[in-house]
Design a binder for this molecule. Structure first.
Ligand code: SF4
Length: 443
């Protein structure tokens, strides 16, 4: 079978913001008549949507760019592009120009809407086209086409950028300052998703808790949740990520009182040591965080709290790490994403001269993972015997007789079912619990 002439492949690295940007770029390309393909050899456009959060992630992308040279040699007409966070750094652009001249197109996170014209330029010019807006233009382009990756659950970006300048993080340098979308644009997008049959939305932003602060209209994140809770057809509302310093009582009250807002919060703590939190510029203490957790648990007794933890931040002593372990014991996270600190050039922490030796970091993270996995299992075991509402997503990957879905607390549940259940909210009685999923039966 002959392939269409206009085909594309986007490889996405990093966070959900990038996944959402990929959906937009896919929508733009499809509006130009391109169709998706799965193999690089079959694509007439290959885009790498990149992530800068860790140098190890960037190294993989440099290697991928090297590999793409072979594709270019076989098919000189293919357009090779790189976008996302990496090109937002001038040093990256210089390196691409010098060492990866086979790339055709380099554009940044603020240039997505220009994709059609950039592509046309790259196709006509036959030399590298570079278009990266480094300064946040303060403008949000609405109504771009989109090809959603899922037809049940959708990401909805509510704001872009970050104002926080945590000392380990590159995001404020790559995604610019905070800009909130207008509430009516968000509501329209969610109503449109509901009309198309979507059941669950996840609101995205680097720090959703500061939504609205930059707008002239009077609205905060809790107010936005109240409005979205009224959209018919949407059954579940999730959001990520929440910065602890901006988690207001109003938001806790909204999670407790709005029936569509799920009982789950991802609240990155990063460290349990107040001294390390200060060096990270997180602007809360261990005690502040524990107080927030107490408030959340009092207001929403069944809430699942997940977190991110960085181990081996510069200057982290055994006593600091013990504080992190103590916090983990006290909070009892339902899951934690743990990371070894790695220098991220361009950030203040990369310049700190009290870096922790690699073997110490490895020992600490292993200790943390082992204990957190036990806690995750212990927390899951508490669900045995409960009947939980599950949104059925599809067949289980390992056994076609079994289906899987998620609870409101975002835990995966596996149960015997059939494909008619996909997209429905069903009650499942939990019979067994593992570290990474629950098992149950439909009642
Ligand atoms: S809050 Fe901190 S860690 Fe999160 S994106 Fe902003 S600067 Fe990075």
């Amino acid at each position: 079978m002959d392939l269409p002439l206009r085909t594309y492949l986007i490889e996405t690295y990093g966070c959900q913001m990038n996944e959402r940007d990929t959906e937009t770029m896919a929508g733009i390309l499809e509006s130009l008549g391109y169709v998706p393909v799965e193999k690089e050899e079959d694509a007439s456009i290959i885009l790498l949507n990149t992530c800068s959060v860790r140098e190890s992630a960037e190294n993989k992308i440099w290697a991928k760019m090297g590999e793409l040279k072979k594709i270019k040699q076989k098919n000189p007409d293919v357009i090779l592009g790189i976008c996302g966070c990496m090109p937002q750094q001038e040093v990256t652009i210089q390196k691409i120009k010098q060492s990866y001249p086979h790339m055709d197109l380099v554009f940044g996170t603020h240039n997505l809407h220009q994709l059609p014209e950039l592509l046309a330029k790259a196709q006509a010019a036959r030399k590298m086209v570079v278009e990266v807006l480094h300064n946040n233009p303060g403008v949000i382009i609405e109504n771009l086409p989109s090809r959603r990756a899922d037809n049940l659950k959708a990401f909805v970006t509510i704001m872009y950028g970050c104002n926080n300048f945590c000392t380990y993080c590159i995001v404020p340098y790559t995604r610019g300052r905070e800009r909130s979308r207008m509430p009516e644009d968000i509501i329209r997008e969610v109503e449109d998703l509901a009309a198309k049959g979507y059941k669950e939305i996840t609101l995205l932003g680097q720090n959703v808790n500061s939504y609205g602060k930059d707008l002239e209209v009077e609205i905060d994140f809790a107010g936005l949740l109240q409005q979205l809770n009224r959209v018919n057809g949407i059954e579940r509302i999730r959001f990520t990520t929440s910065h602890p310093k901006d988690l207001s009582d109003r938001l806790i009250e909204a999670i407790a009182s709005l029936e569509k807002v799920c009982e789950h919060i991802h609240l990155p703590v990063q460290s349990g040591s107040t001294a390390i939190l200060k060096k990270m510029n997180r602007r809360y203490s261990k005690e502040d965080y524990l107080r927030l957790v107490e408030k959340l648990k009092n207001a929403v007794p069944d809430i699942a709290i997940t977190t991110d933890i960085i181990v081996g931040f510069p200057g982290e002593t055994e006593a600091d790490f013990a504080e992190t372990m103590d916090l983990v014991e006290k909070v009892r996270f339902s899951a934690a994403y743990t990371f070894i600190y790695n220098k991220r050039s361009g950030t203040p922490a990369a310049e700190y001269n009290d870096q922790v030796p690699e073997d110490v970091k490895s020992q600490r993270i292993q200790h943390l993972i082992d204990r957190q996995n036990q806690i995750t299992l212990e927390e899951n075991l508490k669900d045995i015997g409960k009947t939980l509402e599950v949104l059925v997503e599809g067949p289980s990957k390992t056994n076609p007789e079994f289906f899987s879905g998620r609870t409101r607390t975002n835990k995966i549940v596996v149960f015997r079912g059939n494909s008619d259940l996909i997209g429905r909210l069903i009650p499942v009685r939990i019979a067994n619990a593992k570290t990474w999923h629950l098992e149950g039966e439909i009642i």
